[in-house]
Design a protein around this ligand. Structure first.
Ligand code: NDP
Length: 292
């Protein structure tokens, strides 16, 4: 078994991005600017945004944070989006999900200017991705594709099983793996909570992508010998040995599944850092596109 090390690769990508930023500045350009909109006090959202801001600084980006309380109105949030769309100093921005339940998140996502939608969630960008046209790939599945590519995983002809059908992970992952590209060219089965006999599907997976949000959901008896396993899950579980009393773990029972795999991502240190690196790549592309 070999680790698909997203932490190490993300550091390499951050260096590559920093070098491109330096070259752009030497050419008379300016630092890319990523803005993040954070609504409410969700600790996980705060932590994700914190990581993104730190990564921006490391790569030589400008970052800014627009923070508002949980009771923001839809109209107020749409005004923030409009201002960011019009602000020429901002190259790309993200609206950290989930949004409070009284907000229509699709209406907010649709209001983002597609050329600044570095999360790749706007319907126009989702459509471009489905048609294999140049666009911003959603950061998590985009990062997984890079992780597979840079580790030389030959996905062509593989039977991939994706568990999950969210708009941010499962659906775009299915689309990217099935398209005629490298990595890609997989035969994809997409599973979800209504799938009958999930194990009969996962056992056929040469490439298994778990994006369920349930700790240790994928057990060793569900995995084929020699499979490549990508664990997207980020779950917080109790751990009395930690000062915080909690630790992060994935959707895969890593200890037992790892023995059966040819390659596997750890949690933390697998998909998470790749997500952030991809967001930076998207923002850099937005900056370069606005100058061309
Ligand atoms: P969602 O809750 O939106 O989607 C979970 C999916 O899992 C749904 O499609 C659901 O099916 C499916 N599911 C739930 N229970 C089962 C079951 N028993 N059998 C089969 N399928 C099931 O989550 P996300 O896609 O947003 O995120 C998934 C995980 O990835 C989470 O842990 C999240 O924290 C993590 N994540 C990690 C990121 C990273 O950077 N590493 C980025 C984004 C997310 P149904 O549609 O039928 O409800």
């Amino acid at each position: 078994m070999k680790l698909l090390d997203g932490k190490e690769l993300s550091l390499e990508l951050q260096k590559e991005i920093a070098a491109e930023v330096a070259a752009h500045i030497a050419d008379g350009g300016r630092k890319p600017h990523l803005a993040a909109v954070l609504i409410g006090n969700n600790p996980a959202s705060k932590s994700y945004v914190g990581h993104k801001v730190k990564a921006c600084a490391k790569a030589g980006f400008v970052s800014s944070l627009v923070e508002r309380s949980e009771d923001i109105t839809q109209e107020e949030l749409l005004t923030i989006v409009k201002d960011l769309n019009e602000d020429e100093s901002v190259d790309g921005f993200i609206i950290q999900l989930p949004l409070p339940s009284h907000i229509d998140d699709q209406a907010v996502i649709k209001a983002v200017k597609p050329s600044k939608d570095v999360d790749g969630f706007h319907p126009e960008n989702v459509g471009r991705m489905a048609l294999n046209l140049p666009t911003f790939l959603p950061a998590t599945p985009g990062g997984i594709m890079t992780l597979l590519e840079r580790n030389g995983v030959k996905t062509s002809g593989m039977h991939a099983v994706v568990i999950g059908r969210s708009d941010i992970v499962g659906n775009p992952m299915t689309s990217l793996l099935s398209r005629n590209s490298d990595p890609g060219n997989c035969t994809v089965t997409q599973c979800h909570s209504r799938t009958v006999d999930l194990k009969s599907h996962t056992l056929k997976a040469d490439l298994l992508i778990a994006a369920v949000g349930r700790p240790h959901f994928i057990t060793a008896d569900m995995v084929k010998d020699g499979a490549v396993v990508v664990d997207v899950g980020i779950n917080s579980i109790a751990d009395a040995s930690r000062k915080s009393g909690m630790r992060l773990t994935g959707d895969v029972d890593f200890e037992n599944v790892a023995e059966k795999c040819s390659l596997i991502t750890p949690v933390p240190g697998g998909v998470g850092p790749m997500t952030i690196a991809t967001l930076l790549q998207n923002t850099l592309r937005a900056r370069l596109a606005s100058t061309s």
